[in-house]
Design a protein around this ligand. Structure first.
Ligand SMILES: [Zn+2]
Ligand SMILES: [Zn+2]
Length: 344
C-alpha cells in the first residue's frame, strides 16, 4: 500500500573524499515489516563531515559510493507486508539502525552493539541525503505535531545525549562536567539538566562556544586554558567528554569524585593517555558509548515537554545541490547544526 510515489528520487552521493554528485535513483521498496519514508529534514552530523573530508572513520572506510545523513525525520509514504496501513501519512523520526534481532548482543538487549548492524550512512549502508528511505516499522517513531521536522531529525543526536546520561548515572542533584560545547556538548548540557543535574560545568577553549553553552543548561563555563580542570576541585559525579581532545579527557577524568563516572562520547584519537592512578585509586568507572538503544520515546518526551530545545540549534538550511556547503558549514564557528532538505 502506498501514496502516489514518483519513479525516482534525487540523491546526493559521496563518491570519495570531497567528491559529491547528484544521481537519480529508483525508490527503495518497503520489505516485510518495513516502512517507506519520504524524507523531510536531515541533520548534518560530525560523522558525515568526517566521511566527506577523510573518506573514513577508523575501520569504517568509504570504498564505494555512499549516501550520507543519518539524522532524519519524514512521513510514512508506504508500508511493507505486515505493517498497519493506517501508518501511511504519519510523521515520524527515524532511528537509523537495522540490527539483526537474533544475535547474542541483540538478545541481551543492547542491539546497538549488534555485529550484524546495518546503520545509515556507515559504509556500505546508504543514508538519508535522498528522497525516500526504508526502515523497520518499529524504528519509525511517531512524533506529535508540536515537534518540528527539524527537531524530529535532531532526536538522533539527542539520543546520543540520553544514552550518555544513562551511562553516566546522572540523577537529580548530580554534578556534571562536560568537555566541548559543540552540538553534542550543548545537547548533553540540556539533557543533563533534564535528568536532574543541579550543576553542569562546560569547558571549551572558544569564548563564543562557552557563551552559547550558558544558554543551553550550563550553570558554569570554564576556559581549560586558564583553569586546570583536573585540580580545580570540581569533584563531579560525572564527566562527559564531547571534545575528543586527549588533554580534556585526561583532565576531566581526574575531576571525577570517587566511584563516579566518565563517559567518552567525542571522537578523537584512537589511543590516548588516561590518568590510571585516579581511575584505580578512586574506582572511577570509564566507558564509551556507541549509538543508542531505546531512546526515541525519552527524546520525544524531553522535546515535547520543553525540557530540551532542539529547534534553536539549527543555524543553516540547504537543499540537495548544496550538501557540500552543508558539510563545510562547521568551519564557521557561529554554526552549530545544519539541516538538509532533500525535496527542496
Ligand atoms: Zn549523528
Ligand atoms: Zn544482532
Amino acid at each position: 500500500m502506498s501514496q502516489n510515489l514518483p519513479d525516482s528520487m534525487r540523491t546526493s552521493v559521496l563518491e570519495g573524499a570531497k567528491t559529491l554528485t547528484i544521481e537519480d535513483r529508483p525508490l527503495p521498496q518497503a520489505g516485510p515489516g518495513d516502512v517507506l519514508v519520504r524524507v523531510a529534514a536531515v541533520g548534518v552530523c560530525g560523522s558525515d563531515v568526517h566521511y566527506f573530508r577523510h573518506g573514513r572513520i577508523g575501520d569504517f572506510v568509504v570504498d564505494g559510493p555512499l549516501v550520507l545523513g543519518h539524522e532524519l525525520s519524514g512521513v510514512i509514504a508506504a508500508v511493507g507486508a505486515g505493517v498497519d496501513e493506517a501508518r501511511i501519512g504519519q510523521r515520524v523520526a527515524i532511528e537509523p539502525q537495522k540490527p539483526c534481532h537474533r544475535c547474542r548482543e541483540c538478545l541481551a538487549g543492547h542491539y546497538n552493539l549488534c555485529p550484524n548492524m546495518e546503520f545509515y550512512a556507515t559504509p556500505p549502508i546508504d543514508g538519508a541525503f535522498t528522497g525516500y528511505v526504508t526502515i523497520e516499522s518499529a524504528f519509525a517513531h511517531a512524533v506529535p505535531d508540536s515537534i518540528s521536522d527539524e527537531a524530529a531529525a535532531l532526536l538522533e543526536p539527542l539520543s546520543v545525549a540520553i544514552t550518555t546520561m544513562r551511562k553516566a548515572h546522572v540523577v537529580p542533584g548530580s554534578r556534571v562536567l562536560i568537555a566541548g560545547a559543540g552540538p553534542i556538548g550543548i545537547i548533553c548540557a540540556q539533557t543533563a539538566r533534564a535528568f536532574g543535574a543541579s550543576e553542569v560545568i562546560v569547558s571549551d577553549l572558544v569564548p563564543e562556544r562557552r557563551e552559547r553553552a550558558l544558554g543551553y543548561g550550563a550553570t558554569q563555563v570554564v576556559d581549560p586554558a586558564e583553569v586546570d580542570v583536573a585540580t580545580a576541585g570540581f569533584d563531579v559525579d560525572a564527566f562527559v567528554d564531547a571534545s575528543g581532545a586527549p588533554r580534556a579527557v585526561f583532565a576531566g577524568i581526574q575531576a571525577v569524585r570517587p566511584a563516579g563516572y566518565a563517559v567518552l562520547v567525542g571522537l578523537g584519537n584512537s589511543e590516548m593517555t588516561l590518568p590510571v592512578e585516579h581511575i584505580q585509586n578512586k574506582e572511577v568507572w570509564v566507558t564509551g558509548i556507541f549509538r543508542y538503544t531505546d531512546t526515541w520515546p525519552a527524546g520525544i518526551h524531553l522535546v515535547e515537554s520543553g525540557q530540551v530545545d532542539l529547534d534553536s540549534l539549527v543555524t543553516g538550511r540547504f537543499d540537495l545541490d548544496h550538501v557540500e556547503e552543508a558539510l563545510e558549514s562547521d568551519l564557521d564557528p557561529a554554526s552549530l547544526k545544519s539541516i538538509v532538505y532533500p525535496h527542496q
